[in-house]
Design a protein around this ligand. Sequence first.
Ligand code: HEM
Length: 511
Amino acid sequence: MTVPDSWVASGVVLLVLLAAAWYVRYVRWGRCRRLMARIPGPPGVPVLGNLLDLLHYREDIMDAFQVYHERYGSVVKAWIGPYYGVSVTDPRDIAVILNGRNILSKPIIYKPFTMVLGDSLLAADKETWKKFRKIMAPTLSIQVINDYISTFNEKCQAMTYQLEIHSQNLPFDVVNYTIKCFLEMVTETTMGVPMNNEGMNQKHFLTNLPKIVDILTYLIVSPWFWSTATFKFTQLYQTLMSLLRPVRDFVALIVKQKTSSYSYTSEEVISYEESDTNTSKQRQGFLDHMVATLSKKPGLFTVQQMIDQALLIVAAATDTSGYTVAHTLMLLGLHQDVQEKVFKEQEDIFGKDINRPVTVNDLNQMVYLEQVINESQRLYPTVPFVGRLLDDEISIDGYILPPGAIVIIPIFLVHKDPAYYPDPHVFDPERFNKENGASRPACSFIPFSSGRRMCLGRSYAYMAMKTMLSVMLRRFKILEYGSREDMDTFKFNFFLKLVNGYNIKIGPRNF
Ligand code: HEM
């Protein structure tokens, strides 16, 4: 009797599947368990792992990282059900992870972001990320951003006029002003759409975004929602969607205004890859370039994906920069000697002119101001964690981390390592002068992360933040108010947020 070919084929497939299952179960998982067992960390209970620890520290997740790193050292493991993770604080190990050419995937804890930001760079899978990063990276290059300086000046001047009502010595929360100003800057520059255009209502964006961030933060510390399928059955999902709708509509309107006002022939479309000799006039900002690319290569991506990326740029630029400037202003109020040094630098550049617009050349001369911003970001990094998913095994600090491991980098702890920052809680901008900065390993200061998947808007952020601070500090003096203890209590709200708010006092600057 002969056996039909289809039976043989089915038998072979079955054998291959069984072998694969055996490999996963006993070889890969077994090896993974053995490798993870060698890494120190809080003991877990069967099946749930460290879920109870997570629930215990849910509201103060940053405390958990601090406690466990103090107890177990610079590499700490934890696991929850099928997910296993490692937190790493040594800059040399961080360099292996963030600067590793192929460590580009984001772990499942970023999944909730896809409900809000779709296929945007922040949480996209590796292949989608590569495609969009290549298209978007040139649109935030220094040459492009240099052209934005007049908009930065205009928006920051307008903000300082609004702040005049506070120059009567009464404290006020400055962060709403800085965030709103960065929102206006980023939409007008990267999207090329002025905020005063008809129909542009930033109100929902500004009021809804913090509530959306609250929900996302809750999801990050709720492992049962990481896959998001279960979350979609909850009332909170409906709330998230209703908050999201006006925010996405706001960005969709920006995109629509751009697409409808744009008509060009394919010759006008500038390909960054094709032309090395682009003048700044030829170089396009983010949205122009996306629209142009799509018209040149229809089908390369969808309009929805363009909206996803636009929403990410706007969201990524506003809160991060707004909080960083607010921290810096608070610290300058508490450290009058540092403020005087910053002001002296401004006087050297601008003389007694409080109104002269900032130029790119001026920004390059604001070396001490940049040191101050860096020290502020060291103490209060607005993005306190970044994560990666390992696709392959890597070795750090004598341990082998298995594929599938979630690696978390608690930036706020990395920045307080006394080995690189003696008296780590002291505010001292001299840590970032040329000499001191050069003596530390690169990944000891990573407010924008590091490597191929680091922040795309780093240069934009520095130029915009320095312009804002220059315009403000020439007009106002930040008066002494409150104490450093007021800034000691912060919490993880995707961003690092001060619990007591961002209160400062300002007075007119007397020349
Ligand atoms: C002080 C201000 C800012 C800080 C501290 C900051 C920090 C960060 C951090 C830590 C990441 C995650 C990187 C990683 O996963 O390794 C990130 C991603 C990103 N940021 Fe920023 N950012 C700031 C301002 C901006 C601005 C102004 C823009 C745009 C104009 C921007 C656009 C982006 C984008 C597009 C990503 C995703 C990058 C990718 O995954 O390829 N950011 N940022």
